[in-house]
Each structure stands twice: as structure tokens, then as C-alpha cells.
Write a protein that binds this ligand. Structure first.
Ligand code: KIV
Length: 259
């Protein structure tokens, strides 16, 4: 298989859904690529799924570059997108450009993801004009969780749906090749998708999107805590790993291993 490009992702719209999973390390990235995943998102969910943080807010650019570089070292055919962490996207556009350039130059990413819509469209335009592919992100923005006062569904009212459509159009005009929609009401997600020519990759947005993304540790059943209700678990790795660790512990204590 050949390396997937942003152009190929854009052209999937109307043909087949885009497949996106998160990964934060080389092994998972290799497995995702071998499984034919289109986009590997090195999400800032790295902070909650791997680093033990309660939210994504403590995640720094250095942490993201470290994880992104590990994913890139797996040489995946999937497009590798590095997430830009808390509060960076709202800095002065030139400053955001300097940070995002590091994802491509130092970590080897194929592009970046930024949370936000209309309010960061000018910044995204500067990035795309500078040659940095951008994966947008609208709807629930986990980096704003303290400001929002919790996680909730977006687009239930007409006003909110209209605002999401404005965000999606702004991202398209700014040059995004695709965008994540998180926790958007099913009907609003359909309206958002219909309003633009770039793919809407949904998480918790129902079936009317142009693709789906899940956090890999959630869908693998690896997460020891609660997972969002929209997640489908395709494996139960937490149980498999616990069983393997317990068997090892028992066999060592009973001198059954090594034989
Ligand atoms: O950080 C992340 O994993 C994400 C996904 C939830 C889309 O942004």
C-alpha cells in the first residue's frame, strides 16, 4: 500500500467513509497502518489515555512531539496527524505557525489538528498557506472542558447547528483537508457534512458523517476507567493483559516459570 495523502482523504468524500484511529506509540501505529487505517491521529487524548492526566489540559507541545515522532518512526502508510495541545491555537498566528512547523520538521508528522472553528480560521489559513496540512476540530472541544463546565452534545438547537455549519465552512475556506466533529447531534452532523466538500470525521456524532474516529485504547477495551457511551469496544485487551500478568505472577511465585 502507498502512503495516504491529504488529497486522497479529501477525495474520499461521497465515495467511502474515512477511517481514523488514535495512536501514541510506534507499535500501535504499525498495527493501525497494517490494518488499513486512513488517518492516525496522535491525539492529545495521549494525556488521559497514557499519561494519567484527568483531562487533556496538562498536555504540552513537547509531550505531543515525543508521541508523534514515535508514531512516525513506525513508517505508517496512514496519514499521521499530530494534535496541537491546550491554548496554543489561540496564540498569535505567527506563534502558532512556529509551533506547528515543529510537528512536521522535528516529529515528521504529515499535518496537525487544531481545536476550533471560525475564531481560529485566520490562523489555519496562515498554516495551510505555509504548507502545513490542517485537520480541523469542531463541536465539543475537550481543551475547553473547564470553560464548558463538562462534556455535552452540540447542535441540538437550530442556533447551535447554524454555528457549527459556519465553523465547518470557515475551516474549508481556511484550507483544512478534513475536520473532526465531536459530540454533535446526528441531524446537525448531517447538516454540517452537507454544507461542505471536505470530510467530516465524527466521534460521538452518529452515522451521517463522512468518516469515523475512535480513541484506540477505548475501542480496544484497554481503558480501565469509563468509556463514552458511543464507543464500540472491538476487543477486551484490559482483561487479556490482566490475565497474562496474573498468570506470570503466579508462575513466578510457584517457580513454574522458567521451566
Ligand atoms: O485527542 C483526541 O484523541 C481527539 C479525538 C477525540 C478526536 O481529539
Amino acid at each position: 500500500m502507498t502512503k495516504i495523502t491529504t488529497k486522497a482523504i479529501r477525495q474520499l468524500k461521497g465515495k467511502r467513509p474515512v477511517v481514523c484511529l488514535t495512536a501514541y506509540d510506534a507499535i500501535t501505529a504499525k498495527l493501525a497502518s497494517d490494518a488499513g487505517v486512513d488517518i492516525i491521529l496522535v491525539g492529545d487524548s495521549y494525556g488521559t489515555t497514557q499519561l494519567g492526566f484527568e483531562t487533556t489540559i496538562p498536555v504540552t507541545v513537547e509531550m505531543m512531539l515525543h508521541a508523534t515522532a514515535a508514531v512516525v518512526r513506525a513508517k505508517p502508510n496512514s496519514l499521521v496527524i499530530g494534535d496541537v495541545p491546550f491554548a496554543i491555537a489561540r496564540r498569535a498566528p505567527q506563534e502558532v505557525l512556529t509551533v506547528c512547523a515543529r510537528y512536521l520538521q522535528e516529529a515528521g508528522a504529515d499535518g496537525v489538528k487544531l481545536e476550533g472553528g471560525v475564531e481560529i480560521a485566520d490562523t489555519i489559513k496562515l498554516l495551510t498557506d505555509s504548507g502545513i496540512p490542517v485537520f480541523g476540530h469542531i463541536g465539543l472541544l475537550p481543551q475547553q472542558v473547564n470553560q464548558l463546565g463538562g462534556y455535552r452534545k452540540f447542535g441540538k438547537s437550530q442556533a447551535e447547528q447554524d454555528s457549527l455549519v459556519r465553523d465547518a465552512r470557515a475551516l474549508q475556506e481556511a484550507g483544512c483537508f478534513a475536520f473532526v466533529g465531536e459530540m454533535i447531534n446526528d441531524d446537525a452532523a448531517r447538516a454540517v457534512s452537507d454544507s461542505v466538500e471536505i470530510p467530516l470525521v465524527g466521534i460521538g456524532c452518529g452515522p451521517h458523517c463522512d468518516g469515523q474516529v475512535l480513541v484506540s485504547t477505548d475501542m480496544l477495551g484497554l481503558n480501565p476507567g469509563k468509556v463514552p457511551s458511543f464507543v464500540k469496544t472491538y476487543a477486551t485487551l484490559k482483561d487479556d493483559i490482566t490475565r497474562a500478568f496474573s498468570t506470570f505472577a503466579e508462575e513466578v511465585r510457584e517457580r513454574k516459570f522458567p521451566t
